[in-house]
Design a binder for this molecule. Structure first.
Ligand SMILES: Nc1ncnc2c1ncn2[C@@H]1O[C@H](COP(=O)(O)OP(=O)(O)O)[C@@H](O)[C@H]1O
Ligand SMILES: [Mg+2]
Length: 199
């Protein structure tokens, strides 16, 4: 995986460099530009899958819910967005390393989208237990968007983040949904089964 990524990126660098050289002599460059575009999109896909496999270190030390709480605090400071963390589960939950990492990444991606797209004044990150499920909500009061339009778009690259969150929820044995209304805001909801919440 790392090898292919490194080779792709090296080839990309060399290709772009030659392109610059050739632009000086004005050769027809369309085919080579198309090759480089293909390589770029292939690399982007691989990075996407690599990121799916990586695991944040803080989870090992602090555990899932404290790591999410710390991330929300870090997010608020970094982006200057008023962000609240609410946890109604008074237990230290662990769903195992893989699932913990996937849930943590869902919160990260949802908050990144809030910062990038929502123009909100406030975001809530809420953790709840309900009927043996762990429910994670990231709820902003920003501009909202047309979820169906984005999910049905033929250009897959414009929803890699949302697809990534969905894949992670499925890898965690759960599901992800998004509720959004233009002008009102967006809520990302992840639900996974949690045995610790049935006891
Ligand atoms: N919280 C949000 N508020 C407003 N729009 C959003 C939000 N989250 C996602 N979107 C919309 O959905 C699109 C797809 O999101 P995503 O798959 O994460 O891709 P990206 O963030 O790379 O654009 C975004 O480009 C944006 O238009
Ligand atoms: Mg995104």
């Amino acid at each position: 995986m790392h090898d292919t990524l490194g080779q792709n990126l090296a080839a990309l660098g060399i290709g772009l460099n030659r392109l610059k050289e050739d632009l000086k002599t004005n050769v027809s460059l369309m085919d080579r530009i198309a090759d480089l575009e293909q390589l770029t999109s292939d690399t982007a896909q691989r990075v996407h899958y690599l990121a799916l496999e990586l695991r944040p270190a803080s989870l090992d030390d602090a555990g899932l819910l404290p790591s999410i709480a710390a991330y929300v605090e870090h997010f608020a400071a970094r982006y200057g967005i008023d962000a609240d963390y609410q946890n109604s589960i008074h237990k230290n939950i662990s769903l195992g390393p893989l699932i913990d990492a996937n849930l943590y990444r869902i919160v990260q991606e949802a908050l990144t989208n809030v910062a990038k797209h929502s123009k909100c004044s406030h975001v809530d990150v809420v953790v709840e237990g309900y009927r043996g499920q762990l429910i994670l909500l990231v709820e902003d009061n920003g501009c909202g968007f047309d979820v169906d339009e984005i999910l049905n778009s033929s250009n897959q690259e414009i929803r890699l983040g949302i697809e990534g969150m969905r894949e992670r929820a499925v890898l965690a044995g759960g599901e992800l949904s998004i509720e959004s209304e233009v002008g009102k805001g967006t809520t990302v909801i992840a639900k996974v089964r949690c045995e610790q919440l049935t006891q």
